[in-house]
Structures are given as C-alpha cells and as structure tokens.
Ligand binder design. Structure first.
Ligand SMILES: C[S@@+](CC[C@H](N)C(=O)[O-])C[C@H]1O[C@@H](n2cnc3c(N)ncnc32)[C@H](O)[C@@H]1O
Length: 326
C-alpha cells in the first residue's frame, strides 16, 4: 500500500502522495496494496514497468513496495528499476475529467507530466520516465520482471504491448498485472490472455478490475503473435477463457461474460446471441463486491441497443461514469 503520508495528504514536505491522489486515480486501495506486494518480490532480474502511469498512483504503489536492494542499486540511468510510461498529455476525455476533479483543469493536448513528477518527487532516482505514445516510446531491451498494464485501451494497443513486451518476460519469474482484465469494455485483454493460458499461472482472485498472471512456462513468439491477433468476438477465445471459472468463480466470470457480449455487440451476425447472454446475465444475481455492476450491465446493454430500464432492479449507489469508462 502506498505511504499514507501525513493527514493533509502530503509527505510532510508538501508533496502530494499516492494516497492523496487515489480518489482521482484509477486504482483502489486494495490494488495499490497488491502492486506494493508484487514489487516487494523484485529480484533485480528485470525491470518493473508501470504502463499507463497517469498521475503516478500506481507508480508510487510500486515504489513503496520495492525492496531496499532496488534503492541501493539505483544510481540513475538505465539501471533504474522502474519504467513509468504514459503520454502524460491530456488525450482521452476520462483523463481530462479526472484532472478537473482534482482542480487541475487542462486542455486537450496539454501536458500533466508536472503533476506526475510532483507525485514521484525524490523517488525519481528509481524511475525512468517514458513520456509519449507507447508505440513510439515503449521499446524495452531489458527483461521485464513485473509488468503492470493499464493502457491496453484498444485491441491494437493490446496487440502492440503483447508483441513488444511479452517476449521479454522471464519464465518462472515474471508477473503481469492486467488492470483492465475484468473490464467488460476491454474484452480483447481476457481473450488474448486466454490464448496464452498454457504458459501462465493465474492468481485466483480479482482486485478491482485487475488480474495477476505469472509466467510459469516459456512463451514462444508464435503464441504471442496468435494472442495479439485474437478476436475477442471469436467463440474459441471464450471457450479457453471458460476454463478460468474454476479459478475466479462464477461471480467474477460474469464480468468476463459481459465482456464477451460487448465484443459480440460489434458484430452484426452475433448480436442475437449477445442479447441472449446479456438477458441471462441481467436476470442472475449481481456479482458480489462489484458496485459497478448495474452500470456496467446498462452500458453493455446500450452497446447492444437494449433499453436500460431492464436493469433497474439491482441499482445500488450511483457510480461516476468516468470511474467505469476509464
Ligand atoms: C487509466 S489511466 C492509468 C491509471 C494509473 N495506472 C493509476 O493507477 O492511476 C490510463 C493512462 O494511459 C495513458 N495512455 C492511454 N493510451 C496511451 C498510449 N497509447 N500511450 C501512452 N499512454 C497512454 C493515459 O494517458 C492515461 O494516463
């Protein structure tokens, strides 16, 4: 978990810490704790990558967990253990809204790198900052030991990350966190991870929308290429994913099933099947510990052209739209 800092949300030197940013960050406290626990296992055999750092909440959670050896070995330059990558420029609407909530109104195209650097402060000695589009600045030549991914925002970006980075994972050592794994609006992530299932062991729980995978067996380039090309609307992708139900349980599988509906919604020939599955999901008990469920269901229904009133029965507290569509 990130340092709690002082009660005014600073580290005592007036610098905002990750906990202070959490309300506007895209991780919950449990995810911050998880990232710290994973970083604490860092052995130094590869880099730690925070892909999609935004204001640095995930970066700080990782820094907080790094073992003392990381601090001792990090004089600067390419030996910095952690790579933090983001455009650091307001691109998507949800980024702009999150900044506005913090009282940091920024125009489209404007940089927010200054805020990230404030969050990181003196720990910048541990962090190599890559500012720019991942397709331009994301090349990594070293092995990757821990890869926390929060920018597989499109099927194309997901394919790019897989092709560029997954060959750098170390069998028996590396861990991948997919922060959007359980988001029904990023179904390509579950579909591609499913097709690499034989190589990965997975932690059998969901924290926020994150899932954790450990590369247990070597991953050959052909399998990575096939995963990168995996069509999330393809039935074969979900037959593989169905094998996860033992690990995650039926409740968390509902989020993945909803993702499949969203993927199929885009394909005319499969819409009827998607509507059928959506109706089945909307009549089932909502997944426990998932306050976003009614809204996710409604947004997925909208993608299928279904009237949102069908899902009014399970409505809990309202959830801000941008906390869902990140
Ligand atoms: C949901 S936010 C990350 C949240 C962060 N991990 C946290 O814990 O608060 C996703 C980030 O991905 C970045 N991003 C999206 N597409 C990108 C791209 N193609 N290249 C680089 N960064 C990108 C956005 O700028 C945004 O800051």
């Amino acid at each position: 978990m990130p340092d709690a800092g002082s009660t005014d949300g600073t580290d005592g030197a007036g610098r905002a810490d990750a906990a202070a940013y959490l309300p506007a960050a895209f991780i919950c406290e449990a995810e911050a704790w998880l990232f710290g626990q994973l970083a604490a296992r860092w052995s130094g055999r590869g880099r730690v990558v925070d892909a999609g750092s935004f204001l640095g909440a995930s970066t700080r959670a990782l820094i907080a967990g790094l073992p003392a050896s990381a601090r001792e070995r990090a004089p600067g330059g390419s030996s910095k253990p952690l790579v933090a990558l983001d455009r650091f420029v307001v691109g998507d609407a949800y980024v702009q809204k999150a900044l506005a909530k913090l009282g940091q109104a920024r125009a489209r195209g404007e940089s927010f790198l200054d805020l990230f650097l404030d969050t990181i402060g003196a720990d910048l000695r541990l962090v190599e900052v890559r500012a720019g589009d991942v397709t331009r600045v994301g090349r990594l030549d070293a092995p990757i030991e821990l890869c926390v991914i929060d920018l597989a925002k499109s099927q194309a970006l997901n394919a790019h990350l897989l092709s560029s980075w997954f060959g750098r994972l170390i069998p028996g050592v590396s861990v991948v966190v997919q922060q959007d794994f359980f988001s029904p609006f990023h179904p390509w992530i579950a579909a591609s991870m499913a097709s690499m299932l034989p190589s990965f062991d997975l932690a059998p729980w969901r924290i926020g929308e994150s899932a954790v995978f450990r590369l247990a067996r070597p991953l050959d380039p052909e399998r990575i290429a096939a995963a990168a090309q995996r069509d999330p609307a393809d039935a074969a992708a979900w037959e593989e994913a169905a094998r996860w139900s033992e690990a995650f349980g039926a409740d968390d599988m509902k989020l993945l099933r909803l993702g499949r509906c969203v993927a199929m919604a885009a394909e005319t020939g499969r819409r009827a099947r998607a509507v059928c599955e959506w109706e089945s999901l909307s009549s089932e008990t909502p997944p426990a510990a998932c306050p976003k469920w009614p809204r996710l269901l409604r947004l997925a229904g909208r993608a299928l052209g279904i009237e949102p009133t069908h899902v009014a029965t399970h409505e809990p507290e309202p959830v801000p739209l941008d906390s869902v569509m990140r």
